[in-house]
Design a protein around this ligand. Sequence first.
Ligand SMILES: [Zn+2]
Length: 93
Amino acid sequence: MARFNLCIGNFNLADRNHVEAAVATTYRCPLCGGALELMEDGRYLWFGCWRCKIYVRREKGELAKKFVDYRRRRFMWSQMMEELYRIFMSPVG
Ligand SMILES: [Zn+2]
């Protein structure tokens, strides 16, 4: 199986209890072909595959700093998704 960046956690079933929201995205898992999903808990956004249990996560505060366009008062949603997908697809080493 491919290896991914160190920010990946192996996501435990129990952790899903803390998830506040989860949505399927149009991105596809390279391993199983399933829809990748975006989840949110109190601190993090998680992006990855539920079936394969592979996720990347980023702190919401960090993402807000990077992807909120304060001048235009909007959130750069698609740029964030592209970055999360790029991180997800980056093999380690
Ligand atoms: Zn998968």
